[in-house]
Design a protein around this ligand. Structure first.
Ligand code: KG4
Length: 340
């Protein structure tokens, strides 16, 4: 008998629902919230309210597009954390209520595990080669920068992580200083393609082991911008492509240095990338170069699965469902980054 999983994601500012038949994605519907645009970042209370408005129509659309009746669902998978507590609570309580009313199991999903397992989503009729175990995954988003050793679907170890800011957060904060709005990642990416990556030098951290740090880069960026703008108020506008390209290169170099070290230490040559920053062109090129130079087999997600989406929650829920790893009705959401 086929297994149908409904996945629900509401950890930040995207309300998303997806339906999967086994590993095959039947629908993935996302309502992205525009209310935050004017504020230069996500406003938690506004995000919760928007989730509240979106969750019913988004789930309804996902089921309709998949052509699956809710009575046919095998289980409901939802993001338990990490994320914004108010946002999480909307999805968590919706999922609990729906599972209870249908009398089907509930599967809680760690958002970070979801990003990693997005590599296993199969679209109908698609030839698909997911990474074999064990593989390394560079997980880079607005809230996380981690190197994860993936031993099995439900067995992951974080072997390196940021001790302060995340890569995406650093890019967003630097682009804010440049007056480029929020989120800055996609704008920096676009501008960087027209600039010189060696035009400016920004600080690179010196952190032992496989951990990352991005706060020094952010501070040196801020310091330099203030200095240059004091000398010439039009400096950023006149040099924005070169600044963006140099910033992007610095972030990508920091990320790749530790990833190369991790691959050497573990002997693993199957290397994946996941999370919002994996949409970045410079990072994707660095992966292509590493695969040529170092003999890695690399795995880069489709653009649609780099940012927050319910398809990745659904696929993770599917593997947990196969293990009968269900969650209780009184399981609380959690906000803090953890791989539990
Ligand atoms: O995984 P994600 O969608 O969500 C959270 O972390 O909540 O990641 C969002 C992050 C933001 O920091 C955004 O600026 C960054 O991913 N991002 C990018 C690009 N697209 C999104 N960073 C660099 N280049 C991009 N093309």
């Amino acid at each position: 008998m086929d297994t149908y999983i409904l996945g629900i994601e509401s950890s930040c500012d995207d309300t998303s629902a997806a339906v999967l038949r086994g590993e095959e994605l039947l629908s993935n519907v996302t309502a992205s919230q525009q209310v935050h645009r004017d504020y230069g970042g996500v406003v938690p209370e506004l995000a919760s309210r928007a989730h509240q408005q979106n969750v019913v129509p988004v789930v309804d659309q996902a089921l309709k597009r998949a052509g699956v009746a809710k009575e046919s669902l095998s289980a409901i998978a939802f993001t338990l954390g990490p994320g914004l507590m108010g946002s999480l609570l909307v999805g968590v309580n919706f999922a609990k209520g729906m599972a209870r009313s249908l009398g089907i199991p509930l599967v809680s999903v760690n958002h970070l595990q979801g990003h990693v397992l997005a590599h296993f989503i199969r679209e109908p009729g698609e030839e698909h080669t997911p990474p074999p175990f064990p593989f390394l995954c560079l997980l880079v988003s607005g809230g996380n920068s981690q190197i994860v050793k993936v031993n099995a679907y439900n067995d992951m170890e974080v072997i390196g992580q940021t001790i302060d800011d995340a890569a995406g957060e650093a890019i967003d904060k630097c682009s804010k200083v440049m007056g480029l709005g929020y989120p800055g990642g996609p704008v920096i990416d676009r501008l960087a393609r027209q600039g010189s990556p060696t035009a400016f030098q920004f600080a690179k951290p010196s952190i032992p082991g496989l951990d990352y740090s991005f706060s020094g880069l952010k501070t040196s960026f801020l310091y330099n911008m203030r200095k240059w703008v004091a000398q010439d108020p039009g400096f950023i506008e006149a040099n924005k492509e070169d600044i963006a390209a140099s910033l992007e290169k610095t972030v990508v170099d920091i990320l790749m240095d530790k990833l190369v070290k991790a691959a050497r230490q573990t002997g693993i040559t199957h290397v994946a990338v996941a999370g919002g920053v994996s949409a970045n062109n410079g990072l994707r090129n660095a992966f292509a170069q590493a695969s040529e130079k170092l003999g890695w087999t690399t795995y880069i997600p489709k653009f649609g699965y780099t940012t927050d989406n319910a398809a990745m929650i659904g696929i993770t829920g599917y593997y947990k469902y196969l293990d009968s790893d269900f969650c209780r009705m009184d399981t609380p959401a959690f906000a803090k980054t953890t791989f539990r």
